[in-house]
Design a binder for this molecule. Structure first.
Ligand code: GTP
Ligand code: SPV
Ligand code: MN
Length: 608
């Protein structure tokens, strides 16, 4: 082992001068005991997992049940994204916009440098070179995460393309990269016993989009700590995309093939824990339709030479919500994790080395160890798994992954869906009249909050394009960017935009629509609309399906129930209008005129 200029032992180094200098600079600030350069190999992964087992962080699962897989529980106070601790640090406060927390870059750095000072004492600093998207993309999007968490390294290896070949290509091309600094914020004094899940009560998830830099402190949880995902591929990338004329969106990408053999690519934006992974892994319940997954959380969309919008999934793995994922709802996800090589965080485990969560099986196991480590039986009042428990699993293990997943040029998108979790008001599906109206549907998207973020659950909030927590710049500029995409491009080649809601409930509180695989019936109608095969009814909010055009063959639903899920509810929309107006008022005089016109039209339509 060599040492750095500050005498810290290190397993590697780099000919990339800026990277070498930055690693030295961070090491001098955070003073780890050693620096380990991550090569991304299986041996390295197995060694780190072994160390995590020894540390009490991981429990190895039974290889016969989940090969090469681990169970892990976080600190009960570190289970989700922390939106109130997430900052966009632009020089100018306006740069962060009205939806983000803002602090001046210098002030944030001063505060965080104090926290980072000596914060890796007693720990290892890992250097994780990674690329979001493909290594053979036209301009590969590199990042390097420096982290003092082996949990982060093991999860990053599943979630992103990492390691020696990425570093080599960065060196060969002297590439620019996003600097991602992460610490759990729990230095160890000599002889001090570590805990299974080190973290800090003080948390900061800070982004410096102008410097393409991310600083995260205090949390080990996915979205706060796996910095390639939400921090880079959405917040930083959305700011880059705005400047360069493309889009980084919180969308799944699904390839759907009709019985006639025609393929459609659908991108869909739903807020966190509102059904992206499930729709991405759709098992159609209608004959002859085939679904393949391209991506389950993030879409990077750029215009191709033919003027169409092409989407790429920048990720390498799935960080999926466990509860509600089961053989009857999402067998593709279950098959993916069955193959092993997965990490389960905050789920329950069985005494014989398997994992379980609410909804995994219809029948509850007689006894479990819950996510907090306590004995659990079906009579227990608490849930066995945390509602935001997650599995980290390689995307390639998904039995229905599309071959196009490996194509750095992505797939041309035919339709964009916006959906949220709304018990009332929003019908099962409706089509927007044009791009600007579709942008309005996205800009006014609303959803009940979920356990994916710390805070209250079940509160309706506006979540523009499902990007509220992920826009890395000003929301007004973001919405304007969507309008500009429509203005600057041939609209006939742009995707058609639809609104959907799988979560509408009857008065007695039951879901009106069966959801999951039966959502293929809604997608079929969307494809029929793209083909001009079916007419739609002009409604105040857009174009609604005629009930007879939704294929309900084999569904156990009465005509009244189908009608109720599809219906435009005038009374509910009259209540919704003031909420939409209040939301759009926040954009002030920066609301694009195209959207104020859409609002005026909606008002006129709903009130008549
Ligand atoms: P993030 O990973 O947080 O971005 O979430 P996601 O959008 O990928 O959501 P996911 O597909 O993991 O679903 C979240 C929860 O919603 C799970 O508990 C699912 O079982 C449930 N869910 C997904 N699709 C449907 C549906 O069509 N109907 C109903 N009722 N529930 C659904
Ligand atoms: C989400 O919350 O939208 C997720 C999980 O996909 S996380 O990576 O934690 O953000
Ligand atoms: Mn997500």
């Amino acid at each position: 082992m060599t040492t750095t200029s500050t005498d810290i032992p290190t397993t590697g180094g780099t000919s990339h001068k800026q990277l070498a200098a930055w690693v030295e600079e961070v090491a001098a600030l955070t003073t780890p005991d050693e620096i380990v350069w991550i090569d991304g190999s299986q041996e390295e992964y197995d060694r780190l997992c072994g160390e995590l087992v020894d540390a009490g962080t991981f429990v190895k699962l039974d290889d016969a049940k989940k090969p090469n897989s681990y169970w892990c529980a976080s600190d009960p106070l570190d289970v989700a994204r922390v939106e109130d601790r997430t900052y966009i640090c632009t020089k100018d406060e306006d740069g962060a916009g009205f939806t983000n927390n803002w602090m001046a870059p210098d002030q944030m750095k001063t505060e965080m440098e104090a926290l980072y000072s000596g914060c890796m004492k007693g720990r290892t600093m890992y250097v994780i070179p990674f690329v979001m998207g493909h290594l053979d993309a036209d301009s590969p999007m590199y990042g390097v995460e420096l982290s003092d968490s082996a949990y982060v390294v093991t999860n990053m290896r599943i979630m992103a393309r990492i390691g020696a070949d990425v570093l080599k290509q960065m060196e060969d091309t002297d590439a620019d990269f996003v600097r991602c600094l992460h610490s759990v914020g729990a230095p160890l004094e000599p002889g001090q016993q570590d805990v299974a899940w080190p973290c800090n009560e003080t948390k900061y998830i800070s982004h410096f989009p102008e410097e393409r830099t991310i600083w995260s402190f205090g949390s080990g949880y996915g979205g706060n700590a796996l910095l390639g995902k939400k921090c880079y591929a959405l917040r930083i990338a959305s700011a880059v995309a705005h400047d360069e004329g493309w889009m980084a969106e919180h969308m799944l990408i699904l390839k759907l093939t009709s019985p006639e053999g025609k393929s459609y690519n659908i991108a869909a934006a739903f807020p966190s824990a509102c059904g992206k992974t499930n729709l991405a892994m759709l098992e159609p319940t209608i004959d002859g339709w085939k679904a393949e997954m391209v991506g389950d959380d993030i879409a990077w969309m750029r215009f191709g030479p033919d003027g169409r919008l092409y989407a790429v999934n920048p990720e390498f793995g799935l960080f999926g919500v466990a509860p509600g994922t089961g053989w009857s709802t999402n067998s593709n996800a279950m098959q993916t994790i069955e193959k092993g090589n997965s990490i389960f965080t905050n789920v329950a485990r069985t005494k014989d080395g398997d994992v379980w969560w609410e909804g995994a099986t219809d029948e509850k196991p007689a006894e479990l160890i819950d996510w907090k480590g306590n004995p659990w039986t079906p009579e227990s009042s608490e849930k066995a798994a945390h509602p935001n428990a997650r599995f980290t699993t390689p995307a390639k293990q998904c039995p229905m992954i599309a071959p196009e997943y490996d194509n750095p040029n992505g797939v041309p998108i035919d339709a964009i869906l916006f959906g949220g979790r709304r018990a009332t008001t929003i019908p099962l599906v409706y089509q927007s009249r044009d791009w600007n109206h579709g942008t309005f549907v996205g800009a006014t998207l609303s959803s009940e909050t979920t356990a994916a973020a710390a805070g209250a659950v079940g509160v309706v909030r506006r979540d523009p394009m499902a990007m509220l927590p992920f826009i890395g710049y000003s929301a007004t500029d973001y919405i304007q960017h969507w309008i500009n995409i429509g203005k600057d491009n041939d609209e006939s080649k742009l995707p058609k935009i639809f609104g959907v809601n799988w979560f509408r409930k009857s008065d007695d509180g039951k879901f009106l629509w069966p959801g999951f695989g039966d959502n293929s019936r809604v997608l079929k109608w969307i494809c029929d609309r793209l083909e001009g095969k079916v007419e739609a009814d002009e409604a105040p909010i857009g174009l609604l399906p005629k009930a007879e055009d939704i294929d309900v063959t084999g569904l156990d639903m009465s005509a009244d129930e189908v009608a109720a899920s599809l219906a435009y509810d005038a009374e509910a929309w009259n209540k919704e209008l003031p909420m939409i107006e209040e939301w759009l008022a926040k954009f002030g005089d920066k609301l694009p005129t195209e959207l104020s016109e859409q609002l005026a039209t909606l008002k006129k339509n709903v009130q008549n």
